[in-house]
Design a protein around this ligand. Structure first.
Ligand code: GAP
Length: 477
C-alpha cells in the first residue's frame, strides 16, 4: 500500500524531516523548512548527485552562481517577456490553478474555467536603498542562466573541450499561483541542473554505456507508450537526439543506483505546443507520485538559443575556440534539470514501508542517503557499558553521522531507528566488556552479527559503500 502525500507530510513533520515554514505564525504557502533529519537527507541527495555528475566525470564541472544577478540576464533569456503563466479558476471547485499558454488554449471553450489573468512568476526585489525602476532585480527562476552567462570563463578556466557540461545546484524561486502537494510545487525550491554543450550535431560517444537500460517511453505520436531499451529507441529514431537518450538512461540509472523503484519511472516527450520558449525538443522523466504521474526532471534541447541571446544582449561573443571544431557557438543539446525537493519525495516514497509484521515503519533508505549511518545503544544506560558506548560513538562520529540512544527497550530503539532509515544499529552489552565485540544489526533483514570493536569502523565503511553486504557475514545471532 502506498502512502498518500498528506500522510507523508505528517510523517515528515513528526520525525523531523520537513516543517511548514514559520508555522508558529500560520506558515506561508509554498515555503518549507527542513528539520534535522530532512537537512541530512537533502544534503546527502545533493552530494550523491554532485559526486555522480561532476566529481566522477571528466567532462562536467560545477559552478555556484548568485541568486540575484543583473536583470539584463532575464531580458536576454526571455524570462521577462516569455515566462508567462495564466491564473485560472475552476468555477465548480473554486480552485485556482496555474496554466501555461497551451493548457489555456485547451480549456478555451470550457465554461467551467475562467482565465483570471496572466502574470510573470519571477519574484521581484529591490537592490540598494533607493526605489526606482532601475533598481528592480529578480530572484532567479532557474539556475541555468548563470551557467550561460559564465560559460566562456568556465570553459577557458577549466580548459574544457566539446562536448562538455557545466552543472549547478542551487535555489530557484517562482511565485507559483497554487503551490501544492506538500513539497512537490513550491515557491522556493532547489534545482540540480546540467547544461551540456556540444558542437552542432555532435555525436554522443557514451551511448554504449546505456545499453540494456529500459524505460517506459511515451512519444508525441505514440501516446500509449511502451517499455523499451533506451539505446534501441534511439537507434529506431523514437528518441531522435542521442544526447536525450543518453541522459534519460543515465538519470534513471542514478535514481536506481540509490534504491528507487524502476516501475515508478517513465519518460514522456513534450508536444510542440507544450515546450518552453527556448526548447526545440523536450522530454520529461516522470514519476508515479501518490497524486499520479508528474514531472520529476526535464530534458530540454535548448540548441544555441541562450548563448545567442546573451551574445545579442551583452554584445560579447559567446563563441569559443575548440581544438577539434575551431571557432564555434556551442549548442545545449540537452539540459537535465531536476528539482531537489521532488527527488527527496521520490527517495522517501520508495523507502517508506509500514511493516505490520515488524510493527513499525521502516525507511529502506540507501545507506548513502540515510541521515544517520548507524545508531549506538548501550544495553545498560550506566557504568562501563555507557562509557564504552560513548567511546565507540566518538570514534564513528569522526567519519559519519551516528545516533546515540540509551533510553527505552532495545526493541523500541531499533523501531525508532528503522523509522528514520538508520541502516545499522550497534549494541554494547556485557559481552563487549569481556571480549571487545559488539552486535551489529541490519535494518533490512534484522540479522545480527558480532563484530570485534577494532573492525567495526571498517565493516561499516564497507557496508555503506556497497563493498560488502550483510549476506556475506556468518550466522545470525
Ligand atoms: N532550466 C530548466 C527548468 O528550470 P523546469 O521544467 O521549469 O525547467 C526543472 O524545471 C525542474 O525543477 C522540474 O522538473 C522540477 O523538478 C523542478 N521544479 C520546477 N518548478 C518547481 C516548483 N515550483 N517546485 C518544486 N520543484 C520545481
Amino acid at each position: 500500500m502506498t502512502i498518500s502525500i498528506e500522510e507523508l507530510a505528517k510523517f515528515c513533520k513528526r520525525r523531523g524531516f520537513v516543517y511548514p515554514s514559520g508555522e508558529i505564525y500560520g506558515s506561508l504557502a509554498g515555503f518549507w523548512d527542513f528539520g534535522h533529519l530532512g537537512t541530512e537527507l537533502k544534503n546527502n541527495i545533493k552530494s550523491q548527485w554532485w559526486r555522480f555528475h561532476v566529481q566522477n566525470r571528466e567532462d562536467i564541472v560545477g559552478i555556484d552562481g548568485s541568486i540575484i544577478t543583473n536583470p539584463k540576464v532575464w531580458e536576454a533569456s526571455g524570462h521577462i517577456s516569455n515566462f508567462v503563466e495564466f491564473a485560472v479558476l475552476n468555477k465548480k471547485t473554486k480552485e485556482k490553478m496555474k496554466m501555461d499558454a497551451h493548457e489555456v488554449k485547451k480549456i478555451a471553450d470550457n465554461k467551467d474555467f475562467e482565465v483570471l489573468g496572466e502574470f510573470n512568476p519571477m519574484f521581484a526585489t529591490q537592490v540598494g536603498p533607493i526605489k526606482s525602476d532601475s533598481t528592480i532585480a529578480f530572484l532567479r527562476p532557474e539556475t541555468a542562466q548563470l551557467i550561460f552567462t559564465n560559460f566562456k570563463l568556465v570553459q577557458e578556466n577549466a580548459r574544457l573541450k566539446l562536448p562538455f557540461g557545466i552543472a549547478q545546484i542551487g535555489k530557484a524561486f517562482r511565485n507559483e499561483i497554487s503551490p501544492r502537494e506538500f513539497i512537490f510545487r513550491n515557491r522556493e525550491f532547489e534545482q540540480m541542473e546540467i547544461e551540456y554543450f556540444t558542437a552542432p550535431r555532435q555525436s554522443c560517444p557514451y551511448l554504449d554505456e546505456i545499453k540494456g537500460i529500459k524505460l517506459f517511453l511515451i512519444t508525441e505520436k505514440e501516446k500509449k507508450g511502451k517499455l523499451m531499451e533506451v539505446y534501441k529507441a534511439h537507434k529506431k529514431g523514437i528518441i531522435k537526439n542521442p544526447w536525450h537518450a543518453y541522459f534519460l538512461a543515465l538519470e534513471l540509472s542514478w535514481f536506481l543506483s540509490l534504491g528507487a523503484n524502476p516501475e515508478k519511472f517513465r519518460a514522456r516527450q513534450h508536444s510542440s505546443d507544450e515546450r518552453s520558449h527556448y526548447s526545440s525538443d523536450t522530454w520529461d522523466l516522470e514519476y508515479n507520485f501518490p497524486m499520479g504521474w508528474r514531472e520529476l526532471q526535464g530534458f530540454a534541447d535548448r540548441s544555441d538559443y541562450d548563448l545567442k541571446q546573451h551574445a545579442l544582449f551583452s554584445k560579447k561573443s559567446m563563441e569559443i575556440q575548440d581544438e577539434k571544431h575551431g571557432k564555434v557557438l556551442p549548442h545545449v543539446i540537452c539540459e537535465p534539470s531536476l528539482g531537489v525537493e521532488r527527488t527527496f519525495l521520490v527517495f522517501l516514497l520508495d523507502a517508506y514501508e509500514d511493516d505490520k509484521k515488524r510493527g513499525n515503519i521502516i525507511l529502506h533508505l540507501d545507506p548513502k542517503l540515510a541521515p544517520f549511518k548507524a545508531a549506538i545503544f548501550p544495553l545498560l544506560s550506566k557504568g562501563k557499558q555507557l562509557e564504552t558506548a560513548h567511546e565507540i560513538y566518538r570514534e564513528l562520529l569522526e567519519e559519519f553521522p551516528v545516533a546515540f540512544d540509551k533510553s527505552g527497550s532495545i526493541g523500541r530503539r531499533y523501531a525508532r531507528n528503522d523509522e528514520i532509515g538508520t541502516p545499522y544499529c550497534i549494541t554494547i552489552d556485557d559481552q563487549t566488556l569481556k571480549d571487545k565485540t559488539v552486535t551489529l544489526r541490519d535494518r533490512e533483514t534484522t540479522k545480527q552479527i558480532r563484530v570485534p570493536h577494532k573492525e567495526l569502523l571498517n565493516t561499516l565503511r564497507n557496508l555503506i559503500n556497497d563493498k560488502t553486504t550483510f549476506s556475506n557475514f556468518g550466522e545470525n545471532l
